[in-house]
Design a protein around this ligand. Structure first.
Ligand code: BGC
Length: 345
């Protein structure tokens, strides 16, 4: 089996955290831990055949426990912001933990990135995989209902990191899961990502207020620096956007089939990433708040050292009836599929 397990640490309540290394037929490796269902490392070849770790992260469990950047994390129960941490569902108001100014962000103080998941590794013809499961109890961080969540990561022999999500609940609840890796296709410790070339298949985005909560308006990207409908070097637009990119794009695909959402190319190493998803939105975040974070192997991550493309439903959906719904009903199943496909060009 192309899967290795080694001890990564122990939580304060004595739970063993294991580092799982998945290797595919082409020698690509993905490392994951059962704390936060976090991807700690992704090693990909470049044009010169050299394998390099392309995701930002830490060396120790203690650092992941302290982390507030969400490096490599599985984010839930609701990714992104919920205004004032409040929403009303079936006539009842729910109050969530607020952990980002006045708002709720990425599931709250102890989101899915800060809990211990059950893990099970398996191998299929398509490559090695790991299945994480977690029961988020009724009222956790203020959310209604017991929610059973499954996240499976495959490292396929077609050089894809494929992430599939499922969830079921016993009470109506909002659910909006995402993956929060910060990529730098030149290498996690190679400086900023501004020379990466980006395309996003989105003609519009959700406008936000000064706390990054959507106003409810969907605006065209045309004639704005947010326009990535044709390929743009991130550097060529970033100075025109105050604070950098931290925007939810409304993807052009409207039918929840697995569709190309974005494409990123790093010219010096030739590494190329295509992002496919069944979700209606993707948050493009250019690592604006990285401020000298001490990471793996002595690396120091500064502003724009990595970028995130977080596939998800739109922020603050529980308060925006005009957005696609994130409410999961007890009789239904939440599903999501997102694929990061890598190659060298
Ligand atoms: C958000 C940023 C936030 C970052 C880390 C991103 O998904 O869009 O605003 O700072 O996560 O928390």
């Amino acid at each position: 089996m192309n899967i290795k397990e080694q001890t990564f640490g122990k939580t304060s309540d004595d739970k063993n955290i294991i580092l799982y290394t998945l290797t595919n037929a082409n020698g690509l490796t993905a490392k994951l831990i059962n704390y936060g269902a976090i991807l700690t490392t992704l090693e990909l070849p470049g044009r010169d055949g050299k394998f390099t770790d392309v995701t930002l992260g830490y060396d120790t469990l203690e650092d992941y426990i302290k982390d507030d950047c969400y490096f490599g994390a599985t984010v839930g129960r609701c990714a992104n912001r919920i205004a004032k941490g409040k929403f009303t569902l079936n006539g009842k108001e729910y109050c969530l933990a607020t952990n980002n100014g006045p708002n709720h962000l990425h599931g709250g103080i102890k989101g899915f990135n800060k809990v211990v998941w059950d893990a099970e590794v398996f191998e299929e013809k398509t490559g090695p995989a790991i299945k994480f499961t977690y029961l988020s109890k009724d009222n956790e961080e203020g959310y209604p209902g017991n929610l059973t969540v499954t996240v499976i990561y495959w490292l396929t022999n077609d050089n894809e990191l494929k992430i599939s999500y499922q969830a079921e609940t016993d009470k109506s609840t909002p659910v909006n899961l995402t993956h929060h890796s910060y990529f730098n296709l030149a290498g996690h410790d190679s400086g900023d990502v501004l020379s990466h070339e980006l395309t996003i298949n989105a003609d519009s985005f959700t406008e936000t207020d000064e706390t990054l909560v959507p106003t409810g308006e969907i605006k065209s990207v045309k004639d704005t620096p947010l326009d990535f409908t044709t390929t743009v070097r991130i550097a060529d637009h970033i100075n025109q956007v105050e604070g950098g990119f931290d925007h939810n794009y409304v993807l052009n695909n409207k039918n929840s089939s697995l569709t190309l959402a974005a494409h990123v190319y790093e010219p010096t190493t030739g590494r190329d990433m295509e992002l496919y998803t069944t979700e209606p939105g993707v948050q493009f975040y250019s690592g604006n708040f990285l401020d000298g974070v001490k990471g793996k192997n002595g690396a120091v991550y500064k502003k724009h050292s990595g970028f995130c493309l977080e596939t998800q439903h739109f922020p603050d959906s529980p308060n925006k009836p005009q957005f696609p719904s994130v409410i999961l009903e007890p009789v239904k199943k939440y599903t999501q599929l997102t694929v990061y496909k890598f190659s060298v060009k």
